[in-house]
Design a protein around this ligand. Structure first.
Ligand code: NAD
Ligand code: GLY
Length: 369
């Protein structure tokens, strides 16, 4: 895959159907600089691109150049990079920039970066003047297959991940696969965790496809990446279309996340990547599903092998079962302090249920080192 600017080509378009909040997800090459991607956005005098100190030097100019013909003013704000900065202080820097430029309530925000930038920009858009439109321009695999779609926005609290946030749908998602050329290998693997997730929860045929195309994905072949992003977005769009605000079904998208969020919070945000924690969390959730008698060992081993082959950890850090349990009680799926886990009910179908504490402790004992 080349990092040079390619001829613009929209390879796939996925629709997310949410009534008047519906929007398209554009997937392709050369999209950042393609005027076609930026037409038909809400009319506004100004745009504000939110990015970070790693992504801005790579892609800000290209996006700003393309938006110049569309908005009279194109402002930007560059945030510090990292999960550790997904907090109030950094969010406030976005509000400072919007107010310093006297941005009005029509201003369109553009989230140019990974999931951290996307979640924070979305939350800023939900709050600024009680809500302004925003566009997701995800530049990590994880953000393209998951976080940019569905309207969950948030910042972290020291006591729990993504605890302060809002539902606020973007008006468009533009996934330029070319940006993945500069992604560090560790981040590519982290993104693959969220791709793999869609197999056991929704589509075993997709799990077969991922296994067959893992080498192509790790080699960043555009066709394979395009297909992985397309199918992931399609599955996510179908789930979010049925349960936008997670009153039920949408929770299945958090497969592996109950354990994963505990790893992230327990080690301190940024120590393990979100995708790494989710990859390992999925292995734990598979073991839990087997312990509950829902799936056989062959499926547990299959998912574990794939997670490992994607370059992700399959053993969690030894935080101690008590600490894991304490952290998991803060999970948003918990009810009255009772932890609820996303489990695989049968291959390709997930559900949410509590699990006996001795079984959870056994899984934590087996899956941490
Ligand atoms: P990230 O945003 O921290 O990006 C990973 C790293 O890659 C960062 O250092 C970033 O600066 C860098 N980067 C981004 N694009 C790059 C590029 N093209 N080239 C080189 N470097 C690049 O992490 P992430 O994995 O994208 O997202 C994780 C975040 O997403 C977590 O905070 C997680 O909670 C959130 N998330 C949200 C949802 C949701 O539904 N809203 C879903 C999943 C994850
Ligand atoms: N990533 C989980 C969700 O969007 O619901």
């Amino acid at each position: 895959m080349s990092s040079v600017v390619s001829e613009p080509a929209i390879l796939h378009q996925v629709a997310i159907g949410l009534g008047e909040r519906s929007y398209p997800i554009l997937i392709g090459s050369g999209l950042l600089g393609a005027p076609a991607c930026w037409r038909d956005l809400p009319a506004a005098p100004a745009a504000m691109i939110v990015s970070n100190s790693t992504v801005a030097p790579l892609y800000l100019q290209r996006l700003a150049g393309a938006l110049q013909g569309r908005f009279r003013k194109v402002h930007h704000v560059v945030l510090p990079d990292g999960e550790a900065h997904k907090d109030w202080a950094t969010l406030n820097a976005v509000f400072d920039a919007l107010l310093a430029h006297a941005c009005d309530r029509k201003t369109v925000l553009f989230a140019l970066g990974g999931g951290v930038v996307g979640d924070m920009t979305g939350f800023a858009a939900a709050c600024y003047m009680r809500g302004v439109p925003f566009v997701q321009v995800p530049t990590t695999l994880l953000a393209q297959v998951d976080s940019s779609v569905g309207g969950k926005t948030a910042i972290n609290h020291p006591l729990g991940k993504n605890m302060i946030g809002a539902f606020h749908q973007p008006v468009r998602v533009v996934c330029d696969l070319d940006t993945l050329a500069t992604l560090p290998a560790r981040e590519l693997s982290a993104g693959l965790a969220e791709v793999i997730k869609y197999g056991p929860i929704a589509d075993m045929g997709f799990l077969d496809w991922i296994e067959e195309h893992l080498a192509a994905l790790l080699a960043r072949e555009t066709g394979a990446l395009a297909e992985a992003v397309r199918r992931s977005c399609e599955i996510k769009a179908a789930v979010v279309g049925q349960d936008e605000r997670e009153s039920g079904l949408r929770a299945i998208l958090n497969f592996g996340h109950t354990f994963g969020h505990a790893i992230e919070a327990g080690l301190g945000y940024g120590e393990w990547l979100h995708g790494e924690a989710v990859g390992c969390g999925m292995v734990m959730a598979m073991q839990l599903s087997r312990g509950l008698g829902l799936v056989d060992d062959a499926l547990v081993q299959r998912v574990t092998r794939l997670v490992r082959a994607a370059g992700l950890p399959v053993q969690g850090p030894r935080l101690g079962a008590d600490r894991y349990l304490e952290l998991m009680r803060v999970d948003k799926k918990a009810e009255g302090g009772d932890i609820r886990f996303v489990v695989i009910e049968s291959p390709g179908r997930a559900g949410v249920r509590p699990a006996p504490e001795p079984l959870v402790r056994e899984v934590l004992e087996r899956c941490t080192a």
